[in-house]
Design a protein around this ligand. Structure first.
Ligand SMILES: [Zn+2]
Length: 152
C-alpha cells in the first residue's frame, strides 16, 4: 500500500531521481502471504539503511527495513510483525548468494548505475530496463555521492 501523497512523490523524486519508479515496482511486486497468519500484507526485507531505502520504506508498506541485514528473513509480515522465508523460492536463494543492496563498488557513475540496476532487478525478479542516458546517470551518481557520503 502506498503511504505517501502525490506531492511527497515529487519531493522524493527531486531528492532521489528514479525513486518513484522503484516505489511503484515494489508496490506492484507479487509477494507471498505470511505462512504464520495468512495475511497478504507482507513486505520485502531490505538490510540497508541509506537515504534511498528509508524513503522507499516510508512510501510503501511492501518495503521493510532492518538494520541487522536481511538474514532474519527475506520477507516481513506487517500483521504479525514477523520475518519469514519461503523455502525454495528464487528470490530467497538469490538474496542469500548475492550481496545486493550493499553499496556501489566505487564512486564512479558506472558503479552507481550497476548498483541501481541490480537493486531494481532484485526487486522485480527480472532484468531492469536502463532508461537513462549516460549524462543522466552521471548527474544522478554525482548527486548520490554528494548527498549520501556523510551518512555512514
Ligand atoms: Zn503474519
Amino acid at each position: 500500500m502506498i503511504k505517501i501523497s502525490e506531492d511527497r512523490f515529487k519531493v522524493y523524486e527531486q531528492n532521489y531521481p528514479g525513486i518513484t519508479e522503484q516505489i511503484l515496482r515494489y508496490e506492484a511486486a507479487n509477494l507471498p502471504a505470511c505462512p504464520q497468519c495468512g495475511a497478504a500484507d507482507t513486505a520485502i526485507v531490505i538490510g540497508a539503511l541509506v537515504g534511498r531505502t528509508i524513503h522507499l520504506a516510508s512510501a510503501t508498506t511492501k518495503v521493510h527495513l532492518t538494520p541487522n541485514g536481511s538474514s532474519q528473513g527475506t520477507y516481513y509480515c506487517n500483521t504479525c510483525k514477523a520475518y519469514f522465508n519461503i523455502p525454495g523460492s528464487e528470490r530467497n536463494t538469490e538474496a542469500k548468494t548475492k550481496p545486493i543492496f550493499s553499496r556501489p563498488s566505487d564512486n564512479s557513475w558506472q558503479a552507481y548505475r550497476a548498483w541501481v540496476l541490480s537493486f531494481t532487478a532484485a526487486l522485480t525478479g527480472k532484468l531492469a530496463d536502463d532508461t537513462y542516458s549516460e549524462d543522466e546517470w552521471k548527474q544522478y551518481a554525482a548527486k548520490f555521492w554528494s548527498t549520501d557520503n556523510n551518512k555512514h
